[in-house]
Design a protein around this ligand. Sequence first.
Ligand SMILES: CCCCCc1ccc(-c2ccc(S(=O)(=O)CCO)cc2)cc1[C@H]1C[C@H]1c1ccccn1
Length: 239
Amino acid sequence: SPKHKYYKEINEVIAEHIKYAAKLDIDNTWELIHDEGEMKVFKREMEEDGMVVDPLKAVHTVKGITGHEVCHYFWNPDVRMEWEGTLESAQVLDWFSEDTCVCYQIHKKVWPTTQREALFWTQIRHVPNEDEDEDGPDYWIVCNYSIPDHDKCPEKTKNIRAIMNVAMICETVVEPPQSDRNITRENITCKIQYHANVNPGGWAPASVLRAVYKREYPKFLKRFTQYVMDQTKDKPIMF
Ligand SMILES: CCCCCc1ccc(-c2ccc(S(=O)(=O)CCO)cc2)cc1[C@H]1C[C@H]1c1ccccn1
């Protein structure tokens, strides 16, 4: 399809997330806020114009599913309401291509703050390892990135528009290495990196926001990965 308005931005944003994922430097500027089994959730405390915009990074390792499966269910707008417990509604406003669409969603109100909504493009992409380096990382990635407006977006809602740049970046490990033919789910593990930069879009008490982040992100990652395990356990593996 002819290059759409966001074609260039999408390539730049995805490239940035891939570059960042390859480094995975969790240095001491990241504060561990949740550590449960294989899941570790970190934050950095940052404010912009007095608003909490804490970047969040989570790493998780899940056995029995692939990066393609995690990204497929994270990206697929048809199932979002099945695993995203903090949403009141979610809809697709536009399709740029078969792997890229525009979503509009309303988050459930978090007392005592004003209700939030989000308008963003979402793309799923397979980023194979560089040809010459067959040991290089092979990623599946989903990126959700806010856009300022869309002609099909409901106007003048009472909600505050949150602004986000979110990425789910996955690698699949097969152990022991074997030909694609006879790999079972016992042989696969998915290594997940989740990066979320969310600007709540309007003032909310720092203490409330940080408490919500600390509670909601681990809950969301746990619930989402369990959802993928349940959906895939009796299905052929998506590599
Ligand atoms: C005072 C509350 C203000 C709400 C701020 C806000 C907005 C969007 C989001 C958010 C937006 C997108 C994503 S996602 O990963 O792309 C999946 C698709 O939904 C995830 C989370 C988060 C939060 C923060 C609450 C925090 C919070 C954390 C995890 C879940 C829900 N709420």
